[in-house]
Design a protein. Structure first.
Length: 344
């Protein structure tokens, strides 16, 4: 892909998200989502491989269906209320359709089946974009309409997503599929808190983005696509292995790392709202996710694989640490002490 083409596609990707996040008109939000979808398709399929083509097709069909549902819900809302204001979905049918469309766009259960397959069919760097940047536009729409969406629907789908994300990742050996199920579980936490406190939802989204970016950058740096590849990370850089261990524990939500902050605040708010059963289910689902995070840390940093591989040692090609990794890692690990400042 030429530099000019890459610049146009990446600019369109960024512009689509910004248009959606800054619009108060349903039609403009839809245009931003369409720009976003059409820009990511060539990025997914640029490998010219059957798996990449399949992933791009699955992504396109899912996102096109969700965009059509958003457009239909906005037209129903405008037909009933005479307004195209994005913060006023007054019609119940429009609200339900809009919620289902956003869940499909984000990859939340039960509309989650496309996400692991798409991430597995593309490169690790493209999987990073789909797991982080592509979540921003739908989350911006949820932030704008959270007061008018059905709390019961959001809480049910959020709770289901945390369990599906935990169960689905238990028997995976591919790191990209593991990250896909991790994304489903984290987004489930965000949906559960969205009807009550949108500022905690945004805080959760920010910390999730930092942790996911750090871990994906580690996977890209070590060229690790399976759990077996993770066993030889120590030959590349022992410090990077330790950092990967801490990042995984942070994603699992263990104190005193940053990942504990959103889970702590969400559970606290759910208990304050007398949603004890929901908070208990969420806390139990975290154990499932924590199991495969701990399995990954054990394989990466606590075991010593055979020292006579047939391939060239990784440490012979010691790479430089990318700026994105060194800038996101401290925030992905050490933000817990500033929780009072973040939640003001």
């Amino acid at each position: 892909m030429s530099p000019m083409t890459s610049t146009i596609i990446l600019s369109s990707l960024a512009t689509g998200t910004i248009i959606t996040a800054s619009s108060f008109h349903w039609f403009m939000a839809w245009i931003g989502l369409e720009m976003n979808t059409l820009a990511i398709i060539p990025i997914i399929s640029k490998q010219h491989h059957p798996r990449a083509t399949e992933a791009a097709t699955k992504y396109f069909l899912t996102q096109a269906t969700a965009s059509a549902m958003i457009l239909f819900s906005s037209m129903v809302n405008a037909w009933q209320s005479g307004m195209w204001d994005i913060t006023q979905p007054s019609n119940p049918l429009s609200s339900i359709l809009f919620t289902m469309a956003l869940m499909m766009k984000l990859g939340l259960a039960p509309a989650h089946f496309w996400l692991p397959e798409v991430l597995q069919g593309t490169t690790t760097s493209t999987a990073l974009i789909i797991s982080t940047w592509q979540k921003l536009a739908p989350m911006a729409l949820i932030y704008l309409t959270a007061n008018n969406l059905s709390p019961t629907t959001l809480i049910l789908m959020g709770t289901l997503s945390t369990w599906v994300g935990g169960w689905g990742g238990l028997n995976q050996t591919q790191t990209r599929k593991l990250m896909a199920y991790s994304s489903i579980a984290h987004l489930g936490w965000m949906m559960t808190i969205a009807p009550m406190l949108t500022n905690i939802m945004l805080l959760n989204l920010m910390i999730y983005t930092l942790m996911t970016t750090s871990l994906f950058m580690t996977l890209i740096l070590t060229k690790s696509k399976t759990l077996q590849n993770m066993t030889t990370t120590w030959t590349l850089s022992p410090a990077l292995t330790t950092i990967a261990l801490l990042t995984l524990l942070s994603m699992g939500g263990l104190p005193p790392l940053s990942g504990f902050m959103p889970k702590w605040l969400i559970l606290n708010e759910l208990v304050n709202q007398n949603l004890t059963v929901v908070s208990t289910l969420l806390a139990m689902s975290t154990l499932l996710s924590l199991f495969f995070y701990l399995r990954l840390t054990y394989i990466t940093a606590l075991t010593l694989p055979p020292n006579t591989p047939n391939t060239t040692y990784k440490w012979r090609f010691m790479p430089t640490m990318p700026l994105l990794l060194t800038s996101t890692l401290p925030m992905a690990l050490l933000m817990l002490p500033i929780t009072p400042i973040m939640t003001q």
